[in-house]
Design a protein around this ligand. Structure first.
Ligand code: HPA
Ligand code: ZN
Length: 324
């Protein structure tokens, strides 16, 4: 099964590039930029990754990204991840990033964009890995800030495959972001949003109705609302599920009790993703393998999950035809 899952062409639709920063790279960039770290060693960093919930993870996630200062740093971060992903049989990545978390530290939009776009081009040429960019807004920041960032990114709008919504969820409903998602749509940029990870099923419904999103990130709490499940099934709205993330952030107590089998049984269009692979114990292949262990799924189930991701990824139709 390892060989089958490794060889299966996989697309990753839910990946925060800042969450792909392995401790080794964190130390390298800290030294390069003269940024102090509160850790003495790579092992210390890994030990600190013991999370009680989403917020306790986000605290370290925002701290860790302080080492990202220049375009080269963003390039190296993304290439480091793309190389690992390609070696796991990943053929496409929809990469999310959090510009506000960098702007607030004085790192400009140009450095972020130029670094990431250079790595995306290198991945295409050298790894035969296609990529797409999702610019995410922080829902625990004011919606006015999201609007400012969307305008600030104007020169790069043609590079955006989607806008997203992430960060602390509970108590931060989608509604205030309706205007920025509407503006993005008017510019030809669709939306995706985290919803139903820690937040209630209503946030999933609001993301669909008020933000007009075409995919839901996580979405696992939809099961608490049968009418919503029916809608997600009828409309085949993709959910980008992140099994190991849900375990590490205690959305579920253990993988064997994850709602994935119930979500599959409900006929939903699911994909498997890593979310923040450096923090949650591994990339897409590791998530596939963990699900094989926990649920004993057969090859056909994994083929269908991988196919769902290729169908729903932001890629050219030529590329999709070549991969499907
Ligand atoms: N949820 C919300 N925001 C995030 C996550 C997540 O899993 N990872 C990075 N930002
Ligand atoms: Zn996420």
């Amino acid at each position: 099964m390892y060989d089958f899952l490794r060889a299966l062409p996989k697309a990753e639709l839910h990946l925060h590039i800042e969450g792909s920063m392995e401790p080794e790279l964190m130390f390298k960039l800290a030294e390069r930029n003269g940024v102090g770290l509160r850790y003495d060693s790579v092992e210390d960093v890994r030990e600190a990754y013991d999370f009680a919930d989403l917020q306790s993870f986000l605290d370290l996630y925002y701290q860790g990204m302080a080492v990202l200062q220049t375009a080269d740093d963003f390039h190296d971060l993304a290439m480091d991840y793309f190389q690992r992903a390609a070696s796991e049989g990943v053929v496409h990545v929809d990469l999310s990033f959090d510009p506000q978390a960098h702007l607030s530290r004085g790192v400009g939009m140009r450095a972020q964009m130029e670094g990431l776009l250079a790595a995306m081009e290198e991945a295409r040429q050298e790894l035969d890995l296609s990529t797409a960019m999702i610019m995410s807004f922080l829902r625990d920041q004011p919606a006015a800030s999201a609007l400012d960032v969307f305008e600030l990114a104007g020169p790069w709008h043609r590079h955006l495959s989607a806008v997203g919504l992430d960060s602390a969820e509970a108590g931060f409903p989608p509604a205030p972001f309706a205007e920025v998602f509407r503006r993005a749509r008017a510019a030809g940029i669709p939306g995706v949003a985290h919803a139903g990870e820690e937040g209630p099923p209503d946030y999933i419904r609001d993301a669909l109705d008020l933000l007009g999103v075409i995919r839901i990130d996580h979405g696992v709490r939809c099961l608490e609302d049968p009418a919503l499940v029916q809608r997600l099934r009828d409309d085949q709205i993709p959910l980008t599920v992140c099994p190991l993330s849900n375990v590490r952030l205690k959305v579920v107590d253990e993988l064997a009790r994850h709602p994935l089998p119930a979500l599959l049984e409900a006929g939903l269009k699911l994909t498997l993703n890593s979310d923040d692979p450096a923090y949650f114990g591994g990339g897409v292949l590791t998530n596939f393998l963990a699900c094989q262990q926990a649920f004993g799924w057969d090859e056909e189930t994994f083929r269908q999950l991988a196919r769902n991701a290729l169908e729903e990824a932001f890629m050219t139709e030529d590329r999709r035809r070549a991969l499907l």
